[in-house]
Design a protein around this ligand. Structure first.
Ligand code: GTP
Ligand code: MG
Length: 372
């Protein structure tokens, strides 16, 4: 309890308030019957009666974050999961080319049929080990998602063009990654260019606290050419190496939770959301709350454009079946039954409506003041 009055505490302890007041007096605290006692005082009195104070935890079932923090997981239920990797860097330094290059070298031609369908994240498989890449604009993934308290990235790749060096957005990317406390791997790109100067890149990054291993630091630098597909395998190896050290685990045997990567309204299919499953397994038919939207997972499509029935930890999937379009960075939670999902969903969208109303009112008032 954060605070209780003397009378309330007396009632809980089945004592007379006067007795509590007397005890407080002995402890040097002058109190009246309606006086609010703080946590320390309550604990002191309880200890005197040999009663342990139990913390009352109030769970707001409509706050999706509680579902992320709630569950205590038995170690045995945990399995290794793929890392979720974001690629960041300055404009034109080669982020998109790198993502394409990874995808094309690692997604075999046979699978490539569905590639034209773009979803905001994809997974590659390297000798049985998976890596999930978040194909959102790097900074957006960190800023909007972090602002919403959703951390979805396990690792950041900072791309720096070797012919251009460290630029403002490179520094910004480093700061985002540092703030999110995720490990950084530097990909020194455009090594095929005659003007490439990787030493300069390393020198400049050292000034921002990223010291290469060769120079006694602990940052991994990988020289690559995204355009020519050179160094990509080494980069992927390094990602797996760092992920292994992180010991990323999840419990596939629980209802899924995760984050929205992107979402939009589709004429034929209704609300479509790309989700990153962060824990648990998402299945077709699952009752789900996504941000302020809710419903049942009607259909799921993977990053190759194929329909799937389930998606485990660190898997990106596109779903339909929810009643509204959520926002990138919104969290989603699967519920045991549809009734609970609907209740939570409805109460969340009510809160959202109220919030937007009061915001509108405030705006109107501001406008009024401006006009005066
Ligand atoms: P933004 O999304 O605008 O921030 O850029 P980006 O970082 O995604 O860069 P993008 O991949 O679009 O590449 C920008 C230009 O650099 C394109 O013309 C690419 O072809 C070129 N480029 C990318 N990687 C390499 C490389 O390894 N070598 C060479 N020579 N050119 C490259
Ligand atoms: Mg790009």
């Amino acid at each position: 309890y954060e605070s209780l009055s003397v009378a309330e505490l007396a009632k809980k302890l089945h004592r007379e308030p006067s007795e509590i007041i007397k005890k407080l007096f002995m402890l040097g605290v002058m109190a009246t019957i309606n006086q609010e006692l703080d946590k320390d005082a309550i604990e002191l009195i309880c200890a005197d009666y040999g009663v342990e104070v139990e913390e009352e935890v109030r769970i707001d079932k409509t706050d999706l974050d509680t579902y992320f923090e709630q569950e205590e997981i038995a170690e045995g239920d945990l399995e290794v999961r793929p890392p979720a990797v974001t690629i960041m860097g300055h404009v034109d330094h080669g982020k998109t080319t790198l993502l394409d290059s990874i995808r094309h070298t690692k997604v075999t031609a046979g699978e490539a049929g569905g590639i034209t369908q773009h979803i905001g994240a994809y997974q590659v498989n390297i000798d049985g080990k998976k890596i999930t890449f978040l194909d959102t604009p790097g900074h957006a993934a960190f800023t909007t998602m972090r602002a919403r308290g959703a951390s979805i990235t396990d690792l950041a790749i900072i791309v720096v063009a070797a012919d251009d060096g460290v630029m403002p957005q490179t520094v910004e990317a480093i700061n985002h990654a540092k703030a999110a406390e995720v490990p950084i791997i530097v990909a020194v790109n455009k090594m095929d260019k005659p003007t490439a100067n990787p030493d300069r890149v390393m020198q400049e990054l050292t000034e921002h606290g990223l010291v290469p291993e060769d120079w006694g630091g602990d940052t991994i630098f990988v020289p690559i050419s995204a355009l020519k597909g050179e160094g990509i395998d080494t980069l992927l190896e390094m990602i797996l190496l760092v992920a292994e050290v992180q010991e990323l685990k999840a419990n596939p045997n629980r209802p899924a939770i995760g984050t929205v990567i992107e979402a939009q309204l589709d004429k034929g299919r209704g609300s479509v959301a790309t989700l990153l499953v962060q824990d648990g397994t998402l299945r077709v038919g699952d009752p789900i709350v996504v941000g302020h939207a809710y419903g049942r997972v009607r259909a799921m499509v993977n990053d190759l454009g194929r329909r799937v029935k389930e998606a485990g930890p660190a898997t990106p999937v596109e779903i339909t079946g929810i009643n509204e379009v959520p926002q990138a960075g919104d969290r989603f939670v699967v519920f045991e039954d549809e009734k609970t999902a609907r209740q939570v969903g409805e109460s969340r969208s009510m809160t959202a409506i109220q919030a937007s109303r009061s915001e509108k009112q405030r705006v109107t008032l501001d406008n009024l003041f401006e006009q005066m």
